[in-house]
Design a protein around this ligand. Sequence first.
Ligand code: GLA
Length: 375
Amino acid sequence: MINKIKEEFNKHFPGTVYQSAGRINLIGEHTDYNGGFVFPGAIDKCITAEIKPNGLGKARVYSIDIDEYTEFGFEEADAPSQQWAKYIFGVCREIIKRDGKVEGFDAVFSGNVPLGAGLSSSAALESCFAFAMNDLFNNNKFAKMELAKIGQMTEHHYCGVNCGVMDQFASIFGKKDQLIRLDCRSMDYEYFPMKLEGYSLVLLDSRVKHELVDSPYNKRRESCERVAKKLGLETLRDATFEDLEKIKGEISAEDYMRAHFVIGEKQRVLDVCDALVKGDLATVGERMYQTHEGLSKEYEVSCEELDYLNDIAKECGVTGSRIMGGGFGGCTINLVKDDVRDKFVETAVGKFEEKYGHKPEVYDVILSEGAHKVE
Ligand code: GLA
């Protein structure tokens, strides 16, 4: 009897369900905070939340996957202690700071974006709640780009990561079967249908996440900012290899390498977009390998396991392969010809397990809708 009443209550007075996706990035890594280009898309792995206003002036939230419950108010001093809850709290605070409204709500959420895989599970969570708060309490007054920035600033102000806007942008703007090239300086973007006849994109998740002390992501960003400043530029977007050579003696060898990667990466994104339009997947693949090399040797955000996966891809004749996302673990993204795919996946999984004692996860990339209301 009691269960029946509970069930009927929930059936007649349900919350609203929202979803936002994880992302891939075909090319353009560590370029977003340098005012460069990125080329991401949202994937069919997402965070889903049911949310209902509660009239209590506070949030009551349950994470199914972590099996934790928390409550928090919306003042700065009310920050929750759980990392996962900080993403939601931060989004609420950033909305309030922009003169938006956040009222009390109850929420339950779950996701299938693998954690620590470089597929932006945190951006998916931020984007899901930013989209929901905008819809539930703000009459959708915030434009989608503002929602992406709300997620990005949540990372800066509540999670200690001075990230660019790519992940939140992709999570919100994603469309089925489309990649999106974003110019992170002008914030102009363009959708590109992903037509890969005879090829597919496969992710190999190393399932390693190297513990990072000293926030190496933020350190990479600081290197780039120092070089830009030395050149009298706002960001490295306008820097050329020639500019960099001129100041080589005045900057550290490390800063030089970081900037050298970023300047090269900017052009690689544009090359890949042109090549995709022409159906020239050989060039797309070549640039992907070059990006891996740069991320590994110059930007130094790869790791042994990911370099190993990249080597195996080369050996198997995979068209393009590289570490994806911020680095220090996570996935490689592989552009693979259909007739090579099965052999490659089998070889990579087998060899990796032999060497590291566990299998990498294999995900086929399916480009999907970004943030939206489900029902
Ligand atoms: C992380 C950040 C992004 C971007 C990538 C590297 O995913 O959140 O803003 O800088 O790393 O391209």
